[in-house]
Design a protein around this ligand. Structure first.
Ligand code: SF4
Length: 363
């Protein structure tokens, strides 16, 4: 995990009005040389400055539509900024306003541990073809790993088609880092739970016997999102009792039992589209990050939208991108200095891009 050195104290003391003026002025002065990307889970006092909003992959792709921008400021988390650097032009520099903005799920799959798992499985089962799939919420090194091993990247929006493709390619699927997305998707595609195992990187053979591993169709990495994994079936039961007729909509990073108890499951973009296309008067309980749910509720006053989880969790790492850090970062760029640049080395970029292109061809 990268750590942000403290930004000058002056920024932390700025009243919000001055902060707003300075961010707007820096943005205007940088003009076309700057693109600001804002992830859906980003706080309101940051996302309001974004040129584009979306999920991680959509943002990285949208930034490609602004080749004139020398600087891409990614208001998201570290793996997203890496993705933008992989897809950016050579002259473009990607900046993460706070280096401590990581993703706890992505950090659960360390590339060395995944390589160790891969070596153990291929040594144990030499006659079986193993296909590696990584969720886009992962380090660039893991995207490169799947690129090198004929695997692929997937997003929560295209997981169905990519997992279906991967299952056709070999005997066994190794899915990381999010066990919930992997389990929910495979189950939806007809793989029974008994054919899925969890790999715990802290245990010998991931905590499984050689026989279990030989028989399994899918091996799921023991990773999860600290936000979505807190959304439980009890929350679904509670909201149904409190709001008769409510439609429960959840993200596939939620646990299996929660998704099974819900009415629909899909990516952030899917959730947004469901709400946008619903008739006035529809009542929703949405299980995903609180900033997105609150924003949808404000934008659609003609519908009733509540958060499914009673503690309404926010993504703490994403929240580290503050207006103060954004202001500091833009003023540094204006002064000719590039702070917090995120770069991916050429070899990793090459293989990660192969994996991303493979995904785009198939989704
Ligand atoms: S919401 Fe979860 S998966 Fe998304 S960035 Fe935050 S910790 Fe990572």
């Amino acid at each position: 995990m990268l750590l942000q050195t403290p930004i000058p104290q002056d920024y932390l003391r700025l009243p919000s009005g001055s902060l707003d003026d300075r961010i707007s002025a820096a943005k205007a002065a940088l003009g076309d040389r700057l693109t600001i990307l804002g992830h859906h889970y980003q706080r309101d006092d940051v996302i309001r400055y974004a040129d584009f909003t979306g999920d991680s992959l959509k943002l990285a792709q949208l930034s490609q539509s602004r080749p004139q921008a020398d600087y891409i400021v990614f208001c998201g988390v570290h793996f997203m900024a890496e993705g933008a650097d992989i897809l950016s032009q050579p002259h473009q520099q990607v900046v993460l306003p706070d280096l401590s903005a990581g993703c706890s799920m992505a950090d659960m799959a360390h590339p060395d541990d995944v390589e160790e798992c891969w070596d153990a499985l291929t040594a144990l089962l030499p006659e079986q073809t193993l296909v590696p799939l990584t969720y886009v919420n992962s380090a660039a090194r893991l995207k490169a790993f799947v690129g090198r091993h004929s695997g692929c990247v997937c997003t929560s929006g295209n997981a169905d088609s990519i997992v279906a493709w991967a299952l056709e390619q070999g005997h066994k699927l190794l899915f990381f880092p999010d066990q919930h997305l992997g389990r929910n998707t495979c189950y939806k595609l007809g793989i029974p739970l008994e054919q899925m195992l969890v790999w715990d990187p802290r245990q010998e053979l991931g905590g499984n016997s050689p026989e279990q591993l030989a028989a399994a169709r899918v091996i799921l990495w023991q990773g999860y999102c600290s936000v979505h994994s807190r959304i439980l079936p009890a929350h679904v039961a509670r909201v149904r009792a409190a709001h008769p007729g409510v439609r429960v909509l959840v993200h596939p990073e939620c646990p299996f039992e929660t998704c099974q108890a819900s009415d629909a499951m899909g990516s952030t973009e899917y959730i947004i589209k469901q709400v946008q296309s619903a008739p006035a008067g529809t009542s929703w309980a949405i299980g995903t990050e609180i900033h997105l749910v609150s924003r949808l509720a404000r934008r659609h006053p003609e519908q009733t939208i509540v958060h499914l989880d009673d503690c309404a969790c926010q993504c703490a790492t994403m929240y580290r991108i503050s207006p103060q850090h954004l202001c500091w970062c833009l003023e540094e760029l204006l002064a000719g200095r590039v702070p917090n640049r995120i770069t991916v080395d050429p070899e990793t970029t090459l293989w990660a891009k192969i994996a991303l292109d493979r995904m785009l061809e198939r989704s």
